[in-house]
Write a protein of this length. Structure first.
Length: 401
């Protein structure tokens, strides 16, 4: 079976699953990169992998070769690519396609009423509802978005990003307590929808309550000066360290030392691979319910805690519970680690993708559009993606435990 993955560019969040697919399929696996990696990403510490991976093909250097590969492969997974240039010829040929997508309405599902938008979604997605086209949902809100446009009925599966999974001495990893200060970590770009102001407000609250803690914030960006001003105005220089941009490997080292990881993004965070990494590092995670990865990876109170996006009181109250209980921090961190090493990892995702693709190919040979409910796994990668409206998700996540 020849399987090809097509996306704008490969990065450290995608390489592990590609490496696993290459392990399973050898030269029958290829990743087509359609554009060079953005300069901003390189400045953040990401690497240009265009010359170092045996399966990586560059569309912008060999377009005709890549077009033929897309058309001739048994299975093609499309993610983050231009509709007409890359996917349309294969769709027109009625060959098996797996679409991998984040949300299409990150700014709000109200946009689904736009006639122009609906026409575009019909052309790109809805008209293939009865074709050999299936959706891999990279985030807990994707299924709801596509359900609004009546696309992929009973053909939506859970997927995501799979950063490197590290295997640690678990007892050493979850024994992170330091005498005195509890260590908190936040990492990301300093932009509005990642809400770097929320950790500052949390630090102010914890200081007023008399808690011993230290918060490290990794990253930088357009609102960095505002964050520095907030810290100065609240006299939090001793409690907060701004670390600037670090390489991905250095961020992981910070996670390995942190007891609590804060993830504060809103609905514009389609996935949020730092969640995988923080859980793999044994952190007790406190995350906004709006982050795409949260509904798939976190079980509130079992392997992490979920707060209502933008609700400072809810965030502070749950953070304080974690600061007060070393036992709870260790319990959540241990369970988070197990979630990643046992289920949400690149090896399991690749194994399942190959198995699923082979089953779909057999159905395709019989000209049967498969209801993937019969093929889906019970939980984890490539299990059925639930359709839950964004407005109902917080209650769903906090009540299901």
């Amino acid at each position: 079976m020849r399987l090809t993955f097509v996306s704008n560019y490969i990065n450290h969040h995608q390489i592990p699953v590609s490496n696993e697919l290459y392990r399973l399929l050898g030269d029958e696996y290829a990743f087509i990169q359609t554009e060079p990696i953005e300069e901003e990403r390189l400045q953040m510490g990401w690497q240009d992998m265009s010359g170092s991976l045996p399966y990586l093909k560059l569309f912008y250097e060999k377009p005709e070769y890549c077009k033929k590969l897309i058309l001739d492969s048994d299975v093609v997974v499309f993610g983050g690519t231009d509709e007409e240039s890359y996917i349309q010829p294969r769709l027109a040929a009625e060959k098996l396609v797996l679409r991998c997508s984040e949300r299409i309405y990150k700014s709000g599902q109200w946009k689904a009423v736009s006639p122009r938008g609906l026409k575009k979604k019909y052309e790109d997605h809805t008209r293939y509802r009865r074709a050999q086209v299936y959706l891999m949902c990279a985030g807990g809100y994707v299924a709801s978005d596509f359900h609004l446009v009546h696309a992929y009925p009973d053909k939506m599966l859970k997927w995501g990003y799979f950063p490197e999974t590290k295997h640690y001495d678990k007892e050493k990893l979850v024994t992170k307590h330091r005498e005195g200060n509890v260590s908190l970590l936040w990492a990301g770009r300093f932009i509005d929808w990642k809400h770097p102001e929320l950790p500052i407000l949390l630090a102010e609250y914890l200081k007023e309550k008399g808690h011993a803690f230290h918060l490290s914030m990794v990253g930088g960006g357009e609102v960095e000066e505002e964050i520095r001003q907030m810290i100065a105005e609240r006299k939090l220089e001793k409690e907060i360290t701004l670390c600037g941009y670090l390489k991905p490997s250095q961020v992981r080292e910070k996670m390995e030392d942190a007891e609590i990881y804060l993830l504060t993004s809103d609905y514009k965070e389609g996935w949020g691979a730092v969640l995988n990494e923080a859980m793999n590092s044994g952190c007790a995670v406190l995350a906004s319910h709006a982050v795409g990865a949260v509904p798939y990876l976190l079980e509130h109170g079992k392997n992490g805690m979920v707060f209502q996006s933008g609700n400072v009181k809810d965030m502070c109250g749950k953070a304080e519970l974690l600061l007060k209980s070393e036992t709870k921090r260790k319990e959540l961190g241990d369970a988070a680690y197990e979630t990643i090493v046992q289920e949400w990892n690149a090896e399991k995702a690749a194994d399942r993708l190959v198995e699923m693709a082979e089953k779909l190919l057999k159905m395709n040979e019989k000209n049967i559009v498969q209801n993937v409910k019969e093929l889906a796994y019970e939980e984890g990668p490539l299990s059925m993606a639930e359709v839950i409206a964004p407005g109902k998700m917080y209650k769903h996540l906090t009540k299901r435990c």
